[in-house]
Design a protein around this ligand. Structure first.
Ligand code: NAD
Length: 489
């Protein structure tokens, strides 16, 4: 039985005005398991109207409804209902249950963090270098926020936008990826009695139909986008047309630099988790291993040995190590990039092919792959694969390591492995990336900003300014002295 999901607008589940549907394919089987509405501009207009009205309510803007309590209510509801969300997200994007369960169990924490952070926002008195006047800073919500998300971690990416945007006093319209919308829709439905109508809306559909209409809508005053460079640059162009700000969280080609003195057990585990968790479909995937020549051979052999023990299977099974790639388009993209890499001279020293998994013959499985002899000018070294593909290149000295790491259009994350803490920090200061991890990889915290430099995007999510990023500053001046006649002679 194919399940149908709906838009969630103004507190109600509604079908698309077009009456059209998009099939959601389970990547483990290749079969349709659900349908989502193919939204259009009319659906977006409906959501924008509801969101605008909700965002203008005085008690929401001035926080007399106590937004912090509402965020706590969201967290509580997530804690009660999170099991329902796990299977649905896995049906859509095939991520392993151990990873999805951890992410979804952690969702309430993001909402609680912002519930608390909101209570610490204050009207700020400004220290002026002027006499006879005082001034204070007020923070005002934008109104309606457009939140556009990717398919790899739909609910976590949404939380990073929705929690601070609501905390700031906005209404939100979320456009999840057409490849994995179901969990976001269910999330909004579960909150129907917690979040006042119109403040949290979900419109599903394609990026160039629903996403672009959200960015184009006059009443949407800021857009927070997570996705590809191509999508991000279109969003930024439309937002610029309306002179509205956008935050872009885009892709990466993150280096993992392993120095000869590294704790090799940790480094191997860190490199594995960096690129092979989530099948490499992670924005911070550590896809380029830049390793000292002296330890390269032994390091790669140990990696290969560990990879050879991983078992493929259903992402819903606790003991599965490798699930399917999230969707057919991504599966073909990865395989064709591997083909081109071989033509450009790369040597596949582990994996490199699709994988037939008994019982899941229609699924989109690909072997974890290691490529060596990779030229730093080749496509596979320079472009994001968003798949389980690790490219290896060795270096002889730290200057070469830094140059290799920084010779990329992206700058999202980087890993450094060395037992010399001062040296690790010295290298970190020379790496162009929004996040640098030394001797671990992948931590995220609501207290630490996330975002990229170069083509990995601009603006930040999370961190100490997360709520303020969804607010605008207004300075209110107070004169303390009589105003003199400006034309007095
Ligand atoms: P994508 O750009 O194809 O789609 C992302 C979202 O944007 C989807 O909801 C899509 O429908 C929408 N979209 C596409 N074109 C649009 C347009 N013209 N106007 C408005 N919306 C549009 O990306 P994807 O394939 O879903 O996600 C994978 C990419 O996301 C990778 O590059 C990955 O690195 C990146 N990503 C980044 C982060 C981060 O925090 N930096 C996190 C996760 C994923």
């Amino acid at each position: 039985m194919i399940k149908r999901f709906y838009h969630f607008i103004n507190g109600q589940s509604v079908p698309s005005k077009s009456g059209e549907w998009i099939n959601s394919i389970n990547p483990a089987t290749g079969e349709v398991w659900a349908q989502i509405p193919r939204g259009n501009r009319a659906d977006v207009d409906f959501a924008v109207e509801a969101a605008f009205k909700a965002s203008q309510q005085t008690n929401w803007r001035d926080n007399s409804v106590n937004r912090s309590e509402i965020l706590h209510g969201i967290a509580e509801q997530l804690d009660n209902e999170h099991d329902q969300l796990i299977e649905i997200e896995i049906n859509d994007n095939g991520k392993r249950i151990r990873e999805v369960a951890a992410q979804i169990a952690g969702l309430s924490g993001w909402y609680r963090h912002f519930a608390l952070a909101l209570t610490k926002l204050e009207v700020e008195e400004l220290n002026l270098d002027l006499e006879g006047v005082s001034a204070h800073l007020e923070l005002i919500p934008y109104g309606v926020i457009g939140a556009i998300t990717a398919w790899n971690s739909p609910l976590m990416i949404a939380a990073w936008k929705v929690a601070p945007a609501l905390a700031a006093g906005n209404a939100v319209i979320i456009k999840p990826s057409e490849m994995a919308s179901a969990s976001t829709v269910l999330f909004a439905e579960l909150l129907a009695d917690v979040v006042p109508n119109g403040l949290l809306n979900v419109v599903t559909g394609y990026g160039d139909e629903v996403g672009s209409a959200i960015v184009d809508a006059d009443a949407v005053k800021k857009v927070s986008f997570t996705g590809s460079e191509v999508g991000g640059s279109k969003v930024a162009a439309t937002a610029a047309k309306h002179v509205k700000p956008s935050t872009l969280e885009l892709g990466g080609k993150s280096p993992q630099i392993v120095f000869a003195d590294a704790d090799l057990d940790s480094a191997i585990n860190g490199v594995m988790s960096g690129i092979f968790l989530s099948n490499g479909q992670s924005c911070v995937a550590g896809s380029r291993l830049i390793i000292h020549g002296k330890i390269r051979r032994a390091f790669v052999e140990r990696l290969k040995e560990k990879l050879s023990r991983l078992n493929f299977g259903s992402p819903l099974q606790e003991d599965t190590d490798v699930g399917p790639i999230a969707n057919k388009a991504q599966y073909h993209k990865i395989l064709s990039m591997l083909d081109r890499a071989k033509k450009e001279g790369a040597i596949i020293t582990f994996g490199g092919s699709n994988k037939n998994v008994p019982g899941f013959e229609g699924g989109y499985f690909i072997e974890p792959t290691i490529l060596e002899n990779v030229s730093p000018s080749s496509e596979i070294w320079r472009q994001e694969v968003f798949g389980p593909v690790l490219c290896v290149h060795s270096f002889v000295n730290k200057e070469e390591a830094i140059n290799l790491a920084n010779d990329t259009d992206y700058g999202l994350a980087a890993g450094i492995w060395t037992t010399d803490e001062a040296f690790g920090n010295e290298i970190a200061s020379k790496i162009d990336a929004g996040t640098v991890y030394i001797n671990h990889y992948r931590s995220v915290s609501a207290c630490a900003p996330v975002g990229g430099i170069k083509k990995s995007g601009y603006g930040r999510e999370l961190g100490p300014n997360a709520i303020r990023d969804f607010m605008q500053e207004k300075v209110v001046w107070n004169g303390k002295l009589a105003v003199p006649d400006p034309f007095a002679k």
